[in-house]
Design a protein around this ligand. Structure first.
Ligand code: FEO
Length: 401
């Protein structure tokens, strides 16, 4: 059984007091985390003691033991919340009960979100870009970083220690008890995947944030997840900038993702015919995927890199099948809004699948085409030709977009 280290010194006065989650399988329920993750919280032992972010609620016992090994929680004066998603704010309520004089520091959105996330009343100071917090012998300066990855997000810069706390930015879901970037080996794979899923939809905000930190004096970047960047922070900031530029500058290829499930190959045959029709149109490609056993990661990569989606499911007992609901959960109305969409499938008695697929895709803000291909039982040659023609028309529609 791997263990979380007790505490780690980032500098003489700044300590990592976070938690390591080796067992997590999916983050936010939808993002695969095959390398586990960490919830990084930091203790600043200044004249006025401050905490930067906390950890997920289930790690409370371990977390408070770490803090008690260093300080009396009653002495905490400030809890800085760079972002209020519960993987970072999950222990704030319990911590406030032990730290009655602690004030919450965050953006206006963070203060508002926290009041809806926890039930205990709290004192707070709302901060803006460039504002400073006096810790006696040190100061923190705050940097606006909204939408990375919620509207409430900001960074905090420990000016004298030259440490920048960035929460989700420059992080990765990667668990290794050695924690420092120069000790954990190569985790770039986890970094790229994390950027793709969590931050890429907010690329324009990432570029703004990178501009804002460009002139700061930094020795170490302390993200909210994954390794502490004390040696190679520039590499990960530059990579984030590059990936954000790529996301904004590269129009999506004309690529149609066709995820489907099929009980008796009837829906599969329709999928193949639609793909054949699409591929007849030069400049458009089709990606077929039977998603019955596909991982969330595989689905997400295809969704992110496609400019349109056509979803197939048989209708069984007046409903569509479970893997298609998993697929719907992976569609991001922020990232995928406006993509052209369609549906297809085989049915027996009645064809509820048609309406369910269309309604779900429209609710997720995709643009459903006027026609789709739903067929009673097994598709015959004319049905397959109809599916092929549908694919062709769909692809031509994309080219006109
Ligand atoms: Fe790590 Fe958006 O929370």
């Amino acid at each position: 059984m791997m263990k979380s280290p007790q505490v780690l010194n980032v500098t003489d006065d700044i300590l990592w007091v976070g938690a390591i989650d080796y067992d997590i399988v999916t983050f936010d329920v939808v993002m695969e985390t095959k390398y586990g993750t960490t919830y990084n919280s930091y203790l600043i032992k200044a004249d006025k003691i401050a905490i930067v972010d906390t950890v997920k609620g289930k790690f409370w016992d371990e977390y408070i033991a770490k803090l008690r090994s260093q300080i009396n929680p009653a002495d905490i004066e400030y809890i800085i919340l760079n972002h209020t998603e519960p993987d970072h704010s999950g222990c704030v309520g319990k911590l406030l009960a032990l730290a009655p004089k602690a004030k919450i520091i965050g953006t206006g959105n963070a203060i508002r979100y926290l009041s809806d996330l926890i039930t205990v009343p709290f004192e707070s100071i709302q901060v803006k870009d460039g504002q400073e917090l006096d810790l006696g012998n040190k100061k923190l300066r705050f940097v606006a970083a909204s939408n990375l990855h919620w509207p409430d997000s900001m960074y905090s810069h420990a000016v004298e220690d030259k440490v920048l706390f960035t929460c989700d930015s420059f992080g990765a879901h990667f668990a290794d008890e050695r924690m420092f970037d120069d000790q954990v080996g190569n985790w770039d794979d986890a970094f790229f995947y994390y950027f793709d899923v969590i931050l890429k939809p907010f690329s324009k905000f990432m570029l703004k944030a990178v501009e804002r930190i460009r002139l700061l004096e930094i020795n170490t970047v302390c993200p909210g997840h994954g390794p502490i960047l004390r040696t190679n922070w520039k590499k990960y900031v530059e990579l984030s900038e590059k990936l954000a530029h790529l996301a904004l500058d590269t129009p999506l290829k004309k690529r149609v993702y066709i995820p489907y499930v099929s009980a008796y190959d009837n829906t599969a045959h329709l999928a193949e015919a639609i793909a054949k029709g699409i591929e007849m149109v030069p400049g458009v490609e089709a990606v077929l995927m039977n998603i019955e056993h596909a991982s969330l990661g595989e689905i997400d990569v295809e969704l992110a890199s496609s400019s349109a989606i056509i979803v197939g499911s048989p209708t069984v007992n007046q409903n569509i099948l479970l893997p298609v609901y998993r697929l719907f959960a992976m569609i991001s109305p922020i990232r995928d809004k406006g993509k052209l969409a369609g549906g297809f499938g085989s049915y027996g008695w009645s064809g509820e699948g048609m309406k369910i697929i269309r309604t779900n895709l429209e609710n997720l803000k995709l643009r459903y085409t006027e026609t789709d291909v739903f067929v009673k039982f097994s598709p015959d040659e004319s049905d397959l030709l109809r599916a092929e023609n549908y694919g062709k028309r769909f692809a031509q529609l994309m080219l006109r977009d």
